[in-house]
Write a protein that binds this ligand. Structure first.
Ligand code: NAD
Length: 318
């Protein structure tokens, strides 16, 4: 397989490339990444000299570059995006550009280059918030933030390329990931690294918002499974089965680092803060994929990784 991975220097993309190169050493991987603040080539140091791996620095919104890169591959896994909700509330313009226009550029090029399978990495946030019950793949999208709205736009564009042109597209909608190489602006790495520096952790509102959490390697394995065995035109919810409030997650991190609740600082709630995300993942389970990692073990491993890789995150924070 000759695989184009977009956003491969980001958190999930780099974990995915490391996973694929380990499991399928004969696959060729091209990583197209713009290296925004969130893209970090250090994540892929261990494979940068592998002859089956190549890196192209560039923007997914650039049609001629995308076409050139796409001409040499047969499958695409599209992770590249602006991904931080708070930044999208400050200024949504780059979110619309990268997430909507960039995805459209990739889809159009995939069609022209006769790509055999295009996996679009979407998110549970496209469904919006749900008080009780869980969203199924057939539910309508009611996103709330500029981030999730731009992801919903790209998700719908991906569907349209399957329906209109027959491009073999598959969409995954995953819940909150955590694990190594996550930029320290997201909850788990931000709180872990703050505490390691003896700084307080900022919790929005009362900390009762609920998210489902999945270990990043489980997400990578789900994408691997869908890349090889999924059905074109389908959408798959991917979740860890670990719904937790933010305060629960915070208490677990405090406990793992031997700190107490005096390290919590309650701050003004995020505008339009979704209360709860929840996915019904029975479709993928029946199809043959389930998460492997227990939340507690994976969180412990993750916190340990940030303790042992201070040099990786320190330069991103200061
Ligand atoms: P990330 O912010 O860590 O990484 C994004 C990567 O995309 C970076 O390497 C960045 O340099 C690159 N990029 C950004 N704009 C680009 C452009 N215009 N051209 C080329 N490259 C560009 O994000 P992540 O957390 O790894 O998320 C990856 C994907 O998974 C995103 O599409 C996100 O919406 C989705 N997702 C993330 C989560 C999560 O919990 N992190 C959950 C569900 C879905």
């Amino acid at each position: 397989m000759k695989l184009l991975v977009t956003g491969g220097c980001g958190f999930i993309g780099s974990n995915f490339i490391l996973h694929i190169m380990k499991k399928y050493p004969d696959y060729k991987i091209v990583n197209l990444d713009k290296l925004t603040y969130a893209g970090n080539p250090d994540n892929l140091k261990e494979i940068e000299n592998n002859p089956n791996y190549s890196f192209v620095k560039g923007d997914i919104c650039d049609p001629s570059l995308v076409h050139k890169v796409m001409n040499n591959v047969d499958h695409v896994v599209h992770f590249a995006a602006e991904s931080h909700v708070d930044r999208s509330i400050e200024d949504g313009s780059v979110f619309v550009k990268t997430n909507v226009l960039g995805t459209h550029t990739l889809l159009q090029s995939a069609l022209e280059c006769k790509i055999k399978r295009f996996i679009h990495i979407s998110t549970d946030e496209v469904y919006g918030s749900i008080e009780s019950g869980s969203f199924k793949e057939t539910d309508i999208l009611t996103p709330s933030s500029p981030y999730s709205s731009s992801k919903a736009g790209s998700d719908l564009l991906a569907q349209s390329y399957y329906i209109t042109y027959g491009l073999p597209v598959i969409i995954t909608r995953c819940t909150n990931n955590f694990g190594p190489y996550q930029y320290p602006e997201k909850l788990i790495p931000l709180f872990t690294t703050n505490l390691l520096e003896n700084r307080k952790v900022p919790i929005y509102g009362t900390g009762t918002n609920i998210r489902d959490w999945i270990y990043v390697l489980d997400h990578c394995k789900a994408v691997d499974f869908i890349l090889h065995s999924g059905i074109d035109g389908e959408i798959y919810n991917v979740g860890g089965g670990n719904e937790k409030t933010n305060i629960e997650i915070t208490r677990k991190i405090l406990e793992l680092l031997g700190k107490d609740e005096s390290m919590i600082e309650y701050v003004k709630d995020r505008q339009g803060h979704d209360f709860r995300y929840s996915l019904d993942c029975s479709k993928l389970k029946e199809f043959g994929w389930e998460p492997e990692y227990s939340f507690e073990e994976a969180l412990e491993e993750t916190v340990k990784w940030y303790i042992e890789n201070k040099r990786w995150w320190e330069k991103l924070k200061h």
